[in-house]
Write a protein that binds this ligand. Structure first.
Ligand SMILES: Cc1cn([C@H]2C[C@H](O)[C@@H](COP(=O)(O)OP(=O)(O)O[C@H]3O[C@H](C)C(=O)[C@H](O)[C@H]3O)O2)c(=O)[nH]c1=O
Length: 191
């Protein structure tokens, strides 16, 4: 079933809302349909090769991560349980929106999905007690090409909704040590 597609402030980053069929039992939705995804986004020939699932507790912030070319990953992300605030950051050097970010709330209540093209950095913070975060990627995990940017980079100035987290987000050691945008060598940003 076709989903509705809403563009964001970053060209190519799209908010998708699937059609939800509710009844007295609960609901049904198609979480992915290649034909409808292509029709809705105008993207052709994209192959998703990996499905990921991470579970995190309240306050966990994962990101900002990306993989360098030639293994840059496009990501179609959604939340199966809980609530997260999801962020995509344009780090495409030649983009007119370089350095811009978009943030959206994804939840098991709004069923929203975010398409994040290859070349952008991605992260999210968990706003519910727990969140199950599911996503499809257009290339395989390549740790040797994975790069991180610190979540609170002053240049990006992402307005993370941390009001309920007086102690700040819970980060992995990798994310806590991530460099800022300005500290990344030239290779750190997609061409
Ligand atoms: C991403 C990934 C990780 N792993 C292994 C590597 C580690 O032993 C363990 C946890 O990895 P990491 O701490 O990098 O997981 P996240 O912090 O959730 O990373 C993800 O967080 C942000 C939000 C993203 O957008 C990326 O998809 C991804 O970087 O899973 C794998 O085996 N395959 C994978 O594809």
């Amino acid at each position: 079933m076709p989903c509705t597609v809403t563009p964001t402030a970053i060209p190519g980053v799209l908010l998708l809302e699937p059609r939800v069929f509710g009844d007295e039992r609960g609901f049904f939705l198609e979480s992915f349909n290649q034909r409808d995804f292509e029709a809705a986004t105008g993207l052709r020939g994209l192959a998703f090769v990996q499905d990921n699932h991470s579970r995190s507790r309240r306050g966990v912030l994962r990101g900002l991560h990306y993989q360098l070319p030639p293994r840059a990953q496009g990501k179609l992300v959604r939340v199966a349980r809980g609530v997260v605030w999801d962020v995509a950051v344009d780090i495409r050097r030649d983009s007119p929106t370089f350095g811009r970010w978009v943030g959206v709330e994804l939840s098991d209540a709004n069923h929203r999905m975010l398409w994040i093209p290859p070349g952008l950095a991605h992260g999210f913070v968990v706003l519910s007690d727990e969140a199950d975060f599911l996503y499809k990627t257009t290339d395989y995990y390549a740790p040797e090409l994975e790069r991180c940017i610190r979540w609170d980079d002053p240049q990006l100035a992402i307005e993370w909704p941390l009001q309920g987290l007086p102690q700040g987000p819970l980060l992995s050691a990798k994310d806590a040590a991530a460099p800022g945008l300005a500290d990344l060598p030239g290779e750190g940003l997609s061409p």
